[in-house]
Design a protein around this ligand. Sequence first.
Ligand code: 2X7
Ligand code: FE2
Length: 302
Amino acid sequence: MKKGCIVAGVLAPHPPHLVYAENPPQNEPRAECGWENLRWGYERLRKNLENIDFDTLVVLSPHWQTYVGTHFLGVERFSSVSVDPIFPNLFRYHYDLTVDVSLAETMERHAREAGLVTRMMRNPDFRVDYGTIVSCHLTRPAWDKPIVSISSHRSTHYFSPDVMLASSLKLGHATREAIEASGKRVVLLASNSLSHRHFTTEAEVPEDMSREHIYHHGQYLWDMKVIELMKAGKTRELVELVPDFTEQTVAETDSGALTWMLSALDFPSYPAEVHAYGTVIGTGNAVVEWAHEAHLVSGGAA
Ligand code: 2X7
Ligand code: FE2
């Protein structure tokens, strides 16, 4: 069998507001517009992915939170309605998705053999979390590829950001080995926002962009530092900063998603393509692509 590969990695944040603003048929609420900067960034990402042949989207989501180990979706099809618990006014999304169960099982086995506590999620009535759904929808609205969804083992909160760092690095390495063994061509999605200070009073109309900005300059400076490291290909330095970044900005990197992906990509030293940066309810969000296979083929270092 041909060796599998990670064709691209994406920082693919999941504010449901971005789906709401696009008015897809799956989502019940209707919007006038909103968050164009981030949505147009996702459009550019989608255009790039159109030129890449791949089999499966693999996503690690901060909103599938597990306290005993890392879990993997392990049922072929999930269909239900996903309602955002904080924003039911703008996200009531009817999903019907398929899972690449054999790849999920290979990943689970590799992670377990690397010493991580793991579990396959076999409950057909399980409600898939909105982080998984939003990141996958914005990356591939046609839903024509199966997915693998990986839970966020809450080590940051149960233990510490440093424990999360160590286990995410291990999970990333196991993910890469599993993909290579599977023979599949895979796009990885780290489904997390950056700085995470929310606004405290809500506009009457969610898409009122006059309210949409960062609410603390220090949080903005941290986001820019992190993005500069991505652009400069300094991903090992970035990963070392993640525990501090997480503590200082309550960033969604607490989920381990970004660290997992950079470890799976073997710490790219080529520049990432930043498609967009913008805020949603005051949180920092960036859409960033590592065109991994293209850089490996052109002879660049990983
Ligand atoms: O889950 C989220 C998020 N991460 C950022 C912004 C808005 C809503 O939901
Ligand atoms: Fe979130």
